[in-house]
Design a protein around this ligand. Structure first.
Ligand code: WQD
Length: 342
């Protein structure tokens, strides 16, 4: 049974990826500092898959603990690296924390990969590397624009670190996955997105408004040059996203990749406006969402959605779940966590 290290594995996308890895028979080791997730996610993963992953609690910014991890688990064959700070707004307030955490943890992992002969890494990147693309849908070859936030910049710099390291060390084998907007939850409603404090992202704010935790949703601007004036994004179901990570990891493990640094867009190829998402939620769940239009949010791009041709044809992956299933699964999860089942 091949062993895979999932950093940030108790987080939103990480936990869904762990479940998909276990479904395919992989033995999973999670390292997480629990700065943005709860330890009881491990029990919920076990409830879904029947297998509790190995778990180590520390921050990968510590090089000693990072190396000790690989001493303890010498069978690790590949890494899926999620662990990073990821709140765009927060990164503007705390840039140094973001640069230190997101860059140093990657560098420590890459050093350990060389030291302990672990060749494969799937890296969690982001469509924020594109900024506001000139042309839509955006392809992987679109120019990387100046980042809109320190968070987005850490993703750009991490990709450059991967590119340069892969060039210097041919034995390393890496793939960066550029996520668009992950939303929704596992069909069991046992795992999902659980932001700490006031949600920054759209869909958790919608579900918390629908369940009465928030008074109303603020829609950040309806004066964009889009179908209804509200900003457009490419929303992708988190399970579709998780499955792409398994495919990418197996591409590396089976050495099916020509280059030792590749990158792919993970989106659906369809753009939806904020107002369309609100409408999709109301239609899918028969629940009204109270909202008001307010000013634009600093740093938001007007519209972005993915060209998924390369991911479909080269990676061999295609998103299958639509907005309706994203919204119904997000709502089922919100109800489940508020009813205390988790
Ligand atoms: C979506 C739309 C907001 C909240 C996120 C992550 C980023 C990256 C891409 C992975 C925007 C609007 C939001 C609200 C609103 N993911 N909105 N009211 O900004 O596209 O970025 O996905 O790397 O890390 O942050 O996502 O959900 O914050 O916003 O009107 O209360 O919803 O203006 O148009 P975003 P988001």
């Amino acid at each position: 049974m091949k062993q895979i290290l999932v950093t940030g594995g108790t987080g939103y996308i990480g936990s869904h990826t762990v479940v998909e890895l276990q479904k395919k028979g992989y033995d999973v080791v999670i390292v997480d500092d629990l700065s943005n997730s709860e330890k009881n996610v491990l029990d919920r993963i076990e409830k879904i898959s029947g297998v509790k992953p190995h778990f180590e609690e520390f921050n990968l910014v510590d090089p000693l603990k990072t190396n000790q991890l690989f001493e303890k688990y010498p069978k690790i064959e590949a890494i899926i690296h999620f662990a990073a700070f990821k709140a765009v707004g927060e990164s503007v307030q705390k840039p140094l924390a973001y640069y230190q955490n997101n860059l140093v943890s990657l560098i420590n992992l890459l050093n350990a990969m060389k030291e302990y002969k672990v060749p494969h890494m799937v890296f969690s990147s982001s469509c924020t590397v594109y900024g506001q693309p000139e042309k839509l849908p955006v392809t992987e070859n679109a120019p990387v624009q100046p980042a809109e936030s320190p968070y987005g910049n850490t993703k750009q710099i991490c990709e450059e670190i991967l590119r340069d390291t892969a060039k210097a060390y041919p034995e390393l084998n890496t793939i960066a996955l550029r996520y668009f907007n992950p939303v929704g939850a596992h069909e069991t409603a046992l795992i999902g997105e659980l932001p700490k404090g006031v949600p920054q992202n759209l869909v958790p704010f919608i579900t918390q408004t629908a369940i009465g935790l928030r008074d109303q949703l603020s829609v950040f601007g309806d004066d964009y040059n889009t179908i209804d004036g509200s900003a457009v994004r490419d929303y992708i179901h988190v399970v579709d996203l998780a499955q792409a990570h398994i495919i990418a990891a197996e591409r590396l493990l089976d050495a099916n990749n020509e280059e030792n640094f590749e990158f792919f867009n993970l989106g659906t190829g369809t753009g939806s406006s904020v107002l369309q998402v609100i409408n999709a939620f109301e239609e899918a769940n028969g629940i009204p969402v109270k909202y008001k239009i307010v000013d634009r949010r600093e740093g938001d791009v007007e519209q972005i959605w993915a060209d998924t041709t390369i991911a479909n044809e080269v990676l061999g992956w295609k998103a299958s779940k639509g907005l309706n299933e994203m919204m119904s699964s997000a709502w089922a999860w919100e109800k489940n966590i508020r009813e205390g089942d988790c």
